[in-house]
Design a protein around this ligand. Sequence first.
Ligand SMILES: [Zn+2]
Length: 486
Amino acid sequence: MQRRELLKKGSSLALLLGAPQLAQGAGIIAVRVWPAQDYTRVTIESDAPLKASHRTVEDPPRLAVDIDGLKLDAALQQLVGKVRSDDPNIAGVRVGQYTPDVVRLVFDLKRATEPQVFTLTPVAAYKYRLVFDLYPANPPDPMEMLLAQLGQGGAQPPIPAPPPGQPTPPATGVHVAQADEHDPLAELIARQTSKYREPGAPSTAVASADGIGIKPPPRPEPDRTVASAGAPGIRPPARGSAPSSRGGPRRMLLVAIDPGHGGEDPGATGPAGTNEKNVVLPIALYLRDRLNASTAGRYPLRAFLTREADYFVPLNTRVHKARSVGADLFISIHADAFTNPGARGGSVFALSERGASSNAARWLAQKENQADAVGGINIAAASRAPHLQRALLDMSTAAQITDSLKLGHALLREMDKVGHLHKKQVERAGFAVLRAPDIPSVLVETAFISNPEEERKLRTAAYQSRLADALLVGVRNYFAANPPLA
Ligand SMILES: [Zn+2]
């Protein structure tokens, strides 16, 4: 009855206003879907702000979204075909013109979800964005993700194929070095106590199936829940448990690799159209495989990726993930860009709390720190989790920076053998992603993607692989000169 009345109202409104007034409203520019284990993002970009209301519905789990003042068009309809079958969170999406002025989207979900729905004002190349971030109600914590990455009893999170014309990343399977008599992974878990939680995920959701108006599809096969990927028997022990006292090396050395940008944030773009996010990910994957097959002295090396797929990870979350798994080092991988296409060569940066070592370093840090705005951080949710920021800001980074400079120097020496160096010394500036107070952290600008020659090289598997080799040797040399405390 209500709907009929709405429809009647809509048509009488049409008679009153006439066609020209009705034609006004937002036009859809693009729809994008970024699937990942952490969360799946759906973005609707439009030339005017969109107003949406949403509710979640259980059994089967769905998210219904009504967008006001919108006509269903071909651009929006494309959303249906953009959901991938291997999306960890979304099973499918249905789109319909619910009333003459309201478009309704219904996302059929693969698991219980706590959605964040928010809007972004124009920034960088984007106009207005309406964003749905679909976080699993039981988020995988970084330790589970590490276990999955190490291939110990967890499914590999999907890694999307690179876009056409992009180099192929290395195989995603990780070959864990054969079991040492002691179990470094168990050691790692033993020294791990912190629990990761995505900032600001809403804790309540309205659950009512009334008035959706679009029937759910037949129930799919049993839920393929992937939230608990850890193998039985190697779950993190209770808080405060002591490390193993068995013989052999007491620990493994864990390197957090942070491929810059991702998802809505492409990073820098080269003259041939190569996106930074797409070349730094394969370099990170090569480096991960190298590390996982290596040792530093008598310690096994292991890698943890802060992102494994093409999606947006806020800068703070990257730091938080690395701390949550107890990483020994943090290496953020980027590809520089500058207005002068002649600029070339790699460089390495460490944190500076005050000032920068050069104007160029300051400029670069400002540019990299914009990643959250371009990628599209949910400001409201982030501000509901202020403890994340405060915890980091309250701790001194002085010792961290001393070690970071040593690490940066060790990496530069090896990068010098692979290609040109832009700067022979480790530079410093206020990079947000280098703020872990307890982890030596560097940001590696592998080369200038704005330089046509270096852009071409960055796209080749050979160069990506050589860079990863150089970084591996640098890491090993750093640990050799700065052995971990027993
Ligand atoms: Zn970057």
